[in-house]
Structures are given as C-alpha cells and as structure tokens.
Design a protein around this ligand. Structure first.
Ligand SMILES: Cc1cc2nc3c(=O)[nH]c(=O)nc-3n(C[C@H](O)[C@H](O)[C@H](O)COP(=O)(O)OP(=O)(O)OC[C@H]3O[C@@H](n4cnc5c(N)ncnc54)[C@H](O)[C@@H]3O)c2cc1C
Length: 304
C-alpha cells in the first residue's frame, strides 16, 4: 500500500494552500479531489475580495492556479473521491474510488455546500439572481432590491450587510420571529430600507433571463403573493461535508471542531477551510487555514 507523509482530502482553496505549504516544507503531499480544483470557489466567475486581483478573478481560474502552484513544489494531485477513512489508525488509512493509501498526517479540506431552498429552477438561476453568500455577491446588487431567505444569524447578518449596499432588502422568514442572536435585532429593526415578511416560504422563483421576483406562500392561510426583486440570497444554512468522518472525531453542529490551530480532536488530523468550526467562510480564510495547518503538521510529524 502506498504511504505518504501528508494526505489532503479536498482540493479547494484550503486544501491547495495546505498542500502548497506542506510540499514547500519538503513533505511528500498528495491531494485527493473528487471533482476539480477550486471547490466552491470554482463555481463563481467573479471573486472580488481575494487580495492581489484588482479587477477580480474567475474562481475556476484561481483554483487552477492554486493547483499549479502547489504542484510546482511537488504536491501530487489525484482526481479521486475519498470513500472512507480511518483517522485513528497509525498510520491513517484512506480508501478512494481507485486505491488505498496510508498517511502520517491528514488534512481534512472537504468544504461545505449551501443548503438549497429546493424550488424549481434554483440551480439554473445561480449567478442570474440566486446567490448563497452576501459577502461574496452583494456588490453585484448595488442599488437594487434583494430578498434574503432565512431567520438565523447568517440571514440577519446578510440582510444587514445588503442593506448598506442595496436600495431595498426584504427579509423573508417562515416563522414570526428571527432565530438570530439579539445583537442583530436592534440594527435590523432600525434599518429604513429593510422590510420583513413573516410566516412565509418561497413557492417559486420568478424569472425571465434573470430573477424578477418571488412567489411566496403564507404558512397559515396558504395564500400566495408575488413580490418583485432583482436577487435572492438564500441563507437557510450550510451542509458541511463531514459524513465520512462521523464517529471518528469531534464535530460541532456537523462541522469539524477545530480552533485557529486547525488541530482536531484526533492527533495528526487537521481541519481547514469551510469544513471546520469558524466565523467567516471565505476563500481568504480557507487559504489562511491551509497555511496554518502546515505549521502544526510539521510540529506533529517532528513528534513522531
Ligand atoms: C457561488 C459561490 C460564490 C462564492 N464567492 C466567494 C467570493 O466571492 N469570495 C470569497 O472569499 N468566497 C466566496 N465563496 C466562498 C468560498 O468559495 C469558500 O469559502 C471556499 O471555497 C472554501 O474553501 P474550502 O477549500 O474550505 O472548501 P471547498 O471550496 O468547499 O472545497 C472542498 C473540496 O473538497 C472536495 N471534496 C469533498 N468531499 C470529497 C471527497 N469525499 N473526496 C474528494 N474530494 C472531496 C470538493 O469536491 C471540493 O472541491 C463563494 C462560494 C460560492 C458557493
């Protein structure tokens, strides 16, 4: 069975940055990625908040560049899906769709996916009015009317963020009160360009080439109403890609419990990027985690 010093599971910005740093530190490093380099970032054509790109950068292109940069220092990428892992074994065991390998240290970088509304045409309208990240895409709706769907902290923070950019924000929640922390409530209530629509769910996204509005269903009466908007920000939660690791290390609300050191509850296993517990899930924080992880991987490998 093939053995490597460091196996990185997932080739998004967190995984490729971890691989870059580990390979540059002289460790034999493999990256196992099931789709293509870049992860979630590869699904957007415009990233405007990653430093160094004054005109913004295509997320797919940035993913390719991260892969090439890590490979320049000897990191080895494989297009393989990880099917199972034994993180508590020594060395750690990884089974992919095409082989088995062992590693001294494992960096978990499998990311997360936005929870969808599950209504017709939602997927095909991503980038044409449907968005899942206000920090990422809010600026595209400057001076326009947007709806935010959800009632938790993300929805509240997104609505506040968008209220500073957009002409009008409509916050739509299926209950009659927000679940968001109290810290958000006063600022939301004193926002003049924010309207709440309570007890309502999205029945349909109205569109031509782009989103033009929403059809909402009242949770009690079943009555339908249509509202006009240019964009809809879905903030109904995220699904971390952690099912492979359940029962093997500590998870918190489905995310891998890891602090700023990226160390998890299992020695030699590190979690980077969107898959770990953290406040802000962005390309820059994913990349930052990858760099930090290499420091603690080095420390761990030295201790073996
Ligand atoms: C549409 C969209 C627009 C965005 N825009 C911005 C923006 O403008 N600015 C910004 O900073 N952030 C943006 N983000 C957020 C940013 O993309 C994420 O925070 C970042 O990609 C997280 O990186 P990651 O490496 O932790 O995880 P991910 O990018 O999720 O990558 C995880 C990788 O792991 C792979 N993987 C998962 N399971 C397995 C498995 N079993 N075997 C092998 N591989 C596996 C996946 O295929 C994926 O490639 C956006 C996100 C989306 C969805």
């Amino acid at each position: 069975m093939e053995h490597v010093q460091v196996a990185v599971l997932g080739g998004g910005p967190a995984g490729y940055t971890a691989a870059l740093y580990c390979a540059r530190a002289g460790f034999r490093t493999v990256i196992l990625e099931k789709l293509s380099a870049g992860g979630q970032m590869a699904t957007t054509s415009q990233i405007d908040n990653y430093p160094g790109f004054d005109e913004g950068v295509d997320g797919f292109e940035l993913g390719m560049k991260m892969q090439a940069q890590a490979e320049r220092f000897g990191a080895e990428s494989f297009l393989e899906e990880v099917l199972s892992v034994d993180l508590n074994a020594v060395p750690k065991k990884i089974v992919t769709d095409s082989r088995e390998l062992t590693a001294d240290a494992v960096i978990l970088a499998t990311g997360a996916s936005a929870r969808k509304l599950g209504v017709a045409d939602e997927d095909s309208l991503v980038g044409r009015g449907v968005a899942y990240c206000a920090t990422c895409d809010g600026m595209f709706y400057k001076g326009k009317t947007v709806a935010v769907i959800g009632g938790g902290n993300t929805a509240a923070a997104d609505a506040l963020f968008l209220s500073r950019i957009c002409e009008k924000v409509i916050l739509i929640h299926r209950r009659d009160t927000l679940r968001a922390d109290r810290v958000y409530l006063n600022p939301l209530q004193s926002c003049d360009n924010l309207e709440f629509i309570w007890n309502s769910t999205v029945d349909a996204i109205l569109h031509e080439q782009k989103v033009t509005g929403l059809r909402l269903r009242d949770q009690f009466s079943g009555e339908l109403q249509e509202i006009a908007c240019d964009g809809v920000f879905v903030a109904v939660g995220q699904l971390p890609n952690t099912s492979l690791f359940e029962g093997q290390l500590k998870l918190e609300h489905g995310y891998i419990a890891a602090d700023e050191t990226t160390r998890t509850s299992v020695p030699g296993v590190f979690a980077v990027g969107d898959v770990r517990t953290k406040v802000l899930r962005q390309v820059i924080t994913a990349a930052s985690d990858g760099a930090v992880a290499s420091h603690f991987v080095e420390e761990y490998l030295a201790s073996l």
